[in-house]
Design a protein around this ligand. Sequence first.
Ligand code: SAH
Length: 296
Amino acid sequence: MTATHVPVMTAEALEFLAPGRGGVFVDCTVGLGGHAKAILEAGATRLIGIDRDTEALARARVTLAPWAGKVELVHSDYREISSVLEGLRIQHVDGALADLGVSSMQFDEAGRGFSFQRDEPLDMRMDRTSGETAADLIARADERELADTIYAYGEERFSRRIARAIVESRREAPIDTTLRLATIVRRAIPTRGYQRIDPATRTFQALRIWVNAELEGLDSFLATAAKHLRAGARLVVITFHSLEDRIVKHTLRALEKSADAAVKVLTKKPLVAGDDEIARNPRARSAKLRAAERLA
Ligand code: SAH
């Protein structure tokens, strides 16, 4: 079966983006094209889709084929949004969406190394055309850096024990498969009775965030995206964990308070998915949506 991805909080995103009036929209994390399709169906005249994952872009191309003439898919990092838009001779857009994190496709598709449900090479890169894999990072980081990363990005209180176990194990043999890493982590953590989640979950999340530098430059990306909005246009950001949401919240507030007060925050509190959406799509459980509008 081909792994798929159900877009989260689509109705809420569309409400803010209001593509019914037409206009140019940029989906900064187009993924498999779920949100993009909804934006086009609702009436957008042009859609720019960015993703750093070429496999996701190939899937988006299929999903968005009925609108091929209106769609531009670009393999890039959203932190490069200015040069992407410049390359298309676009200065301002009528709305921008960023649905952060990994897609279910990346997570569930064999061979990507994001999940410990299967044994496979420990890659975890969203962009497999460049950068270091999780196995590379684990091989070269020192114990302190490993511990700090697992603590900060995984909010894992046993980070030091895990880092020590990793360093000891890699002396024997490289840690280059998901199963080997999961086994090392599980053994390093004291187990007490029933556990709701696999004890390797937090460490895998931390490594994924590290490999993909997911939090770096998120603040300046939001500021840049806001700069490319036409007056009255909205920026919608969907996040899936608290570290990300905190950055989005603070950055949007700072933009609102800045001297040239270029944006107004539309969501005092983040919107969350409704119960029926969560029942249909468990991934929606941790979603938080924030939106801001560009002022004149
Ligand atoms: N909204 C999409 C799903 C997005 S999932 C849909 O409906 O199908 C998040 C996507 O963001 C993934 O495909 C991932 O590769 C991409 N991504 C994450 N960080 C990125 C970055 N810095 N630059 C570009 N794309 C990124």
